[in-house]
Design a protein around this ligand. Sequence first.
Ligand code: GUN
Length: 282
Amino acid sequence: MSARILDGKAVAAKIKTEIRREVEGLKAKGVTPGLAVVLVGDDPASHIYVRNKERNCQELGFNSQTFRLPATISQDELLTLIQQLNADPAIHGILVQLPLPAHLSTEKIISFIKPEKDVDGFHPVNLGNLLRGEAGMIPCTPAGIMELIKESGVEVAGKECVIVGRSNIVGKPLFHLLLQAHGTVTVCHSRTRNLAEVTRRADILVVATGQAGLVNGEMVKPGAVVIDVGMNRLETGLVGDVDFGSVLPVAGALTPVPGGVGPMTIAMLMKNTLKAAVMLNK
Ligand code: GUN
């Protein structure tokens, strides 16, 4: 037996076709979705992600503005830029690429974005709404993971869901989405004792730690849905947090790296930007 591959690229393409159709309708009313991306410093991975976001905006007919700023920018200068973007009616989504240089306060900067334009869903208001199960912007990677789980055909309700990794970007928001879908959710992290024992219980296993190949076939329950959020650039190429070769014969469904969660994250960002453009022009 070999796991079914969950083709994030194909699912993302379907979502983008739908977005393109909706954008045409919105443009007929005189509104073009606009995304501002703020990139500080010269982290090579961040530059790749941001170029990808620009390319997707072009493909879908969005306006995009990228602000590439030196790592030496002051917090006040950055807050002034965000204030301008908050007030700009042509901009519906604002994304500050993370991580930021250490002298900048990520919390302060994210909290400065108007919640309605926070297409990352990282603002405390949006995270609070997520916790309460109310409408708001949902963080893109967790939203994309939920779509891929749906694609696997496995119902979340009543299932054992295990998340490895407790980041603000993935693990914590995903916990709430799986809980809302009626899963029984466990979050593991670096202090978890006997990780394999916990991961082997999972019907749905999501790995988001940034450690290449952390989860192998012996840590996976036969037939489980395994979602790999890792993007580790090694000399041998891009690999996930899941050891693909040993998990493939054990899992029921598995996301590849690249071509799994990554394209879904971008599709969800585009969807959030479209949603913001619609809401801000109501
Ligand atoms: N860095 C890594 N993932 C993300 C993300 O989803 N959003 C932003 N803004 N930065 C990131």
